[in-house]
Design a protein around this ligand. Sequence first.
Ligand SMILES: [Zn+2]
Length: 309
Amino acid sequence: MLFRSTAVAATVACFLALAGAASAQTTQAELKDRVAAYVQPSNAERTRVAVEQLTAVGFTPAIETFEGGGRNSGPMEGRNVVVLIPGTGGGAGGEILLTAHYDAVKLRDGTMSQGVVDNAGSVVAVIEAARALKANPPAHDVRLILFDQEELGLIGARKWIEAHGITQVAGVLNSDVAAYGDTMMYGQNNGAQSAWVTRAVQETCAARALQCVGYPTYPPSDDRAFSAAGAPVVSLGFQDQVGAHQMWLAFNGGESTGLAEGFVPRVFRTIHSAEDKVEVVEGETIRLTADTYEAVVRAMDAKLTADGK
Ligand SMILES: [Zn+2]
């Protein structure tokens, strides 16, 4: 009996320890569930999920509507979802933007893509990073923006810039495609003004011994709306290590990439197709993405502060 009751006590203690850990940090399984919640029949439903998830972790999100729509869709109202995390510096030196698009693409058969790799994984990761930043704020204000209508031509980001300008934008971390793998990708094609943000990324990779791959040519996302307006910005993403290098070759290898003729990297067989589905999402990657983005924002904050901003 003694042995048995000791075992029970140990089990209870173990559960209590686990409960304590869970309240401090969202589990990988919970993060994956949050990504799965974006599998919806419309982008309007995805807006609702984003607002619910932000509210659940203690934010009061604002919805900024805009007149958008693309060439094929015709005029269509869009909704950017925005949260401000006040820094300790009283708003001095402008804001660091943490951004990801939450809209999914419509497939050729007229149904919605599940849009988890592209881009609900990023959305859940930036919300989790924002939660950590709110708990221990950096000097600079951080504005989390979940953009709509990226898939129609970066429209949510362009409309946000149109409405607010970039004079208060100190730097931007954008995330697109982050749901599986352990290798962080970063674009290096956002102009000379973005060099210090790239350095913040590289230093974070070194400090965390994280496998990172820089791309002189990187596929466009909402980052391009900001670099076109002159803002310092980096676009980040995650995938598996082999895939990240295959993608590097596909975009930067020139005439002789060494890839087999007709070869398409996995990520491009996944996004904008029925293969972009919740089964490929890895909770471990969402955790890694959130922690890394939080660290990059803190590195950007430190660079701005060191620069007297
Ligand atoms: Zn995307």
